[in-house]
Design a protein around this ligand. Structure first.
Ligand SMILES: [Zn+2]
Length: 266
């Protein structure tokens, strides 16, 4: 929890039941809470995104990061999530204005966690991340993934999901879209990481919500955003990147994102 609070001045702390995953319809491979899991906690960050964090007895941590839909505040999103299983809201955390240091930031770009949570190289020069696309044609994963592949340090590959996961130390991430309804979020990324702060294979997925529609550029913005989380990036401070916390019409990462990724994956 303390790590997640770094640099966030307006955090909420609350508890989430493991049934949250069930009530939100998270795919089975994205949510594998252990029966002995510790009580989970969630928070909204200063940029208005909402995290649900669950620390497990085995030293791993599960996180869901939600992107609020347009016109929905972090507080309103927390309320909606609570209605679907989040419980135990506590007082907002005291302000922690610790400045993020390298390698947790570069210019406007931020890592998803600090210290960074990242993909293992598994013998490759760069970690190999395969996005297995289950989304409808409204969501341009075919454009988003090759753009992220331009980054130095990590390789992103697009695959239609029926092609399956190639194995051999390559990582696979499932991307879904559906009308998830009036959930308060346009997109969400789920991930679980181990005590060494590596993503756990099979735990990472993203969901894109048809309910909030938007223009083609806005949908690409959200798909780009969630895919950036998958690679280990957090919320940037510039609207010139799709990693900005709120939905915009910016369809691509910015130079700071591309400068930070090789620092996460040296
Ligand atoms: Zn986000």
């Amino acid at each position: 929890m303390k790590r997640l609070l770094k640099g966030r001045t307006n955090g909420w702390v609350l508890t989430v039941l493991t049934v949250l995953a069930v009530s939100l319809g998270i795919p089975a491979q994205a949510a594998t809470p252990s029966p002995k899991a510790a009580p989970a906690a969630g928070q909204a960050d200063a940029t208005g995104n909402v995290y649900a964090v669950e620390e497990h007895a085995d030293g791993t941590t599960s996180v869901a990061v939600y992107r609020p839909a347009p016109g929905i505040t972090a507080a309103a999103l927390v309320k909606k999530l609570k209605a679907r299983g989040l419980q135990g809201v506590q007082a907002p955390a005291s302000g922690d204005v610790t400045t993020l240091a390298l390698p947790c930031s570069y210019g406007s770009a931020r890592t998803l966690e600090c210290s960074p949570v990242r993909w293992a190289h598994n013998g490759y020069a760069d970690p190999q991340v395969y996005f297995l696309d289950h989304t409808s044609s409204a969501w341009p994963m075919t454009a988003v993934v090759p753009k992220w592949h331009e980054s130095v340090g990590i390789d992103s590959y697009y695959r239609w999901y029926t092609a399956g996961c190639p194995g051999g130390g390559r990582h696979c991430v499932h991307a879904y879209s559906s009308n998830y309804g009036n959930t308060g979020w346009t997109g969400v990324t789920y991930y679980r990481y181990n005590g060494d702060r590596y993503f756990i294979d099979g735990s990472v997925s993203m969901q894109l919500n048809d309910y909030y529609g938007g223009t083609a550029a806005q949908r690409r913005n959200t798909a780009c955003h969630e895919a950036g989380h998958v690679l280990g990036l957090g919320h940037g401070t510039s609207t010139s990147s799709c990693m900005y916390s709120s939905r915009t019409s910016t369809t691509v990462p910015n130079a700071d994102d591309f400068a930070l990724l090789p620092r996460i994956y040296p």
